[in-house]
Design a protein around this ligand. Structure first.
Ligand code: GUN
Length: 262
């Protein structure tokens, strides 16, 4: 199935689950930025909530919000009985420390899975794993290459792949081109999240059976682009747009439903 087909299929299942609940789940989304990517993400998350029958409150704060003010709002959300979970959309403006904010969210309400004590996984890696499982992509003993080492994607992605016994290699900005080419050529699964338009292209060789999961999004005059050139000669490649963004949004509500069913 394409990502879009899979997401629609899973949304139908989740909609039915929500219908059977005594109380509609409720999420809050805190947004303290105005970047185009976040606006698009938040709009998508609100649309998904609506489709799934989940209540969602957007709490939009001005760009000059101070860290203490944000911490105060997080404290209220941690304590209130209305919201089952909430997220603080990243990135945050300069002057607010993202790690401090992630740690301030109670693990009991952390639907992003960012808190070290959270039992949930971060949405992007979780959404990707769910899709790989659904497509029956073998993971155990396979060569998985994660390109990019961010806290939101690269590191938790490597951890989840390792948990399922893949041979995981994390490549990054200090990896030489020769090493990059060597690992990519032998990779069964490539997850790339670096935000560099079409970094993976025909200068690299790929296994015909390889799976490329394209997390990157960059925007220029001609539109949105992934980290991989479309239609590389591999078994499966997720598109941008219409790929990992949808999986991330879906995983957020999978996490929320997991929280409320506990
Ligand atoms: N910014 C990009 N991806 C995410 C995400 O999964 N959660 C939050 N809170 N912010 C993001």
């Amino acid at each position: 199935m394409t990502v879009k087909e899979y997401v629609n299929f899973r949304k139908d299942e989740m909609k039915n689950l929500v219908l059977k609940m005594d109380k509609k789940p409720c999420i809050a989304i805190v947004q303290v930025n105005e970047d185009a990517g976040s606006n698009a993400y938040v709009k998508g998350k609100l649309k998904d909530a609506n489709e799934l029958g989940i209540n969602a409150d957007l709490i939009k704060l001005p760009l000059n919000t101070k860290q203490e003010e944000l911490l105060e709002i997080i404290d209220q959300l941690n304590k209130d009985k209305v919201h089952d979970g909430f997220i603080v959309q990243m990135p945050l403006p300069k002057g607010i420390d993202e790690e401090t904010i992630k740690l301030a969210v109670s693990p009991n309400k952390d639907v992003d899975g960012f808190h070290p004590l959270s039992k949930l996984s971060p949405c992007t890696p979780k959404g990707i794993m769910n899709y790989l499982h659904h497509e029956n992509i073998p993971i155990l003993g396979k060569n998985a290459v994660v390109i990019g080492r961010s806290n939101i994607v690269g590191k938790p992605m490597a951890k989840l792949l390792l948990k399922e016994s893949a041979n995981v290699t994390v490549l990054h900005s200090k990896t030489s081109f020769e090493d990059m080419a060597r690992y990519i050529e032998n990779a069964d699964i490539i997850v790339i999240a670096i935000g560099k338009k079409h970094f993976l292209d025909n200068k690299f060789k790929y296994k015909k059976s390889a799976v490329i999961i394209d997390v990157g999004i960059s925007r220029d005059e001609s539109g949105l682009h992934g980290d991989a050139l479309p239609d590389l000669p591999v078994y499966l490649q997720t598109p941008v747009p219409g790929g990992v963004g949808l999986l991330t949004r879906l995983a957020l509500y999978e996490n929320l439903l997991e929280l409320v069913s506990k």
